[in-house]
Design a protein around this ligand. Structure first.
Ligand code: IMP
Length: 429
């Protein structure tokens, strides 16, 4: 059908590309906002009229009154976080969108968060993933081992009781025998879970059907990916990844939409690279440049407050992510952070044991040892935060954008030149 408008927005690096801002910019034309994977490990920051709002779980579209926001079946939902974000919006007097939660989304339970921390400690130095501690991995483990609780299980006290008895028996074996912890008392978990079920109930709906109807009516749907391609459970730098399908394909399993429904993929690329948590990062800069990027870019985790690791753009990684996501257009964020950086370095290949290669390796373990091969482009010192058109950018900034387009063979449809919604150059995205 030609009148379909289903946009998928995905990150092309290791997360924190500024996806929330892009969603927010596209937002006024969107009818339905959807999150479909991950959970409260995400941190989408939106700045409206100088006021900063961070969503971990809710779609960024919640700031648009009258719209529909969907939490799809692929998500893992922490009810406490969910309810606190909703009450935060109400307290701020922010009119909110209509919210629909899939009954099939899995629930992050307190024991998942406890296990996340215990497992990280047990991994010890050198093996830690650097998770956000939000219980994401253990919750997905339970989903796939069929020991999970879904949102719909919380709505029925008998089913919840029945499943939880079995689940807690298993978990308590883990807590007591493996981790030397006290067992969890049934009521301590059951009672709050039952109450969460009551609180969630008004939002629970057949989200697959709602989305199907929205697509068929030609409504504009925006699927908001969290994290990014290089953190993908299948395609990322395993085991230093998150536990969901963060590249484009996760949008189908996480919603029940079909591959035919998607009309456009917007790949969000930050003008440099950051990573939070452990794992390989070939262009990480441990010197002055890295420090400057972190400082100028305010690169501290929205979820954990951790300082992000920073470095230059990496085209070996970006080409791989662009292929995985099937990008139609790029939203380039935080270009202003490169102002005053001097010459700009661009990684075009990796070198290992005297061999140069330009394609992403299947054994991502070697990324710890590769040396980035850099090209250099001249930088700029002019303030670009008020530029509204591409032509207003200094010529070197224009050339940097053109270089990215040519290297990835994808047009850059949007350029972020500052944190605010209107500090954006829209080239027809
Ligand atoms: P988890 O998702 O909490 O299990 O963490 C797994 C890895 O993904 C860690 O390296 C986290 O720092 C990283 N991660 C998870 N969510 C985000 C995010 O929203 N932005 C950037 N990194 C993330």
């Amino acid at each position: 059908m030609s009148n379909k408008r289903v946009d998928l927005l995905v990150g092309a690096q290791w997360g924190d590309e500024g996806k929330g801002k892009v969603v927010d910019i596209l937002g006024s034309n969107v009818d339905v906002f959807v999150r479909y994977q991950g959970g409260a490990n995400a941190g989408h920051t939106v700045v409206v009229d100088g006021q900063k709002v961070v969503f971990h779980l809710l779609p960024s579209g919640m700031l648009y009154p009258g719209k529909l926001c969907v939490l799809g079946n692929g998500l893992v939902i922490d009810p406490e976080q969910f309810l606190s974000e909703i009450s935060g919006l109400l307290e701020n007097g922010q009119d909110r969108a209509r919210l629909a939660v899939s009954p099939h989304a899995h629930v992050v339970m307190p024991y998942h968060k406890m296990l996340d921390k215990l497992q990280e400690e047990a991994r010890g130095k050198g093996r830690k993933i650097g998770t956000t501690g939000r219980g994401i991995g253990p919750c997905y483990v339970d989903k796939y081992s069929r020991s999970g609780l879904r949102v719909q299980d919380l709505l029925n006290a008998d089913i919840l009781r029945d499943r939880l008895i079995y689940i807690l028996e298993e978990k308590n074996q883990l807590f007591t025998k493996l981790y030397n912890q006290k067992p969890l008392a049934f009521d301590e978990i059951y009672e709050p879970a039952r109450k969460w079920g009551e609180a969630l109930k008004p939002y629970v709906d057949d989200t697959r059907k709602l989305l199907r109807e929205a697509v068929d009516k030609g409504q504009h749907i925006l699927l908001e990916g969290a994290q990014a391609a290089l953190l993908d459970i299948d395609h990322g730098t395993y085991p230093y990844v998150t536990s969901s399908s963060t590249s484009a394909s996760g949008a189908y399993t996480g919603t029940g939409l079909s591959p035919h429904d998607l009309t456009r993929v917007i790949s969000v690329v930050k003008a440099y690279t950051t990573r939070v948590g452990e794992g390989p990062f070939p262009t990480e800069d441990f010197g002055e440049d890295g420090e400057k990027l972190r400082h100028n870019g305010g690169e501290f985790g929205a979820t954990t407050g951790r300082p992000r690791r920073c470095g230059w753009l990496d085209f070996v990684a970006l080409k791989y992510a662009t292929e995985l996501n099937g990008a139609d257009t790029i939203a380039l964020t935080k270009l202003d952070v490169l102002t005053g950086m001097g010459d700009i370095k661009i990684c075009v290949a990796y070198e290992l044991d005297g061999n140069k290669f330009e394609t992403w390796p299947t054994d991502t373990g070697i990324l710890n040892d590769v040396k980035p091969v850099y090209e250099t482009l001249p930088g700029w010192n002019e303030d670009i935060t008020n530029c509204k058109n591409f032509d207003e950018l200094p010529i070197n900034a224009q050339n940097y954008v053109k270089y990215i387009e040519q290297k990835l063979n994808v047009p850059v449809g949007l350029i972020g030149v500052g944190a605010d919604r209107n500090q954006t150059i829209n080239r027809g995205i």
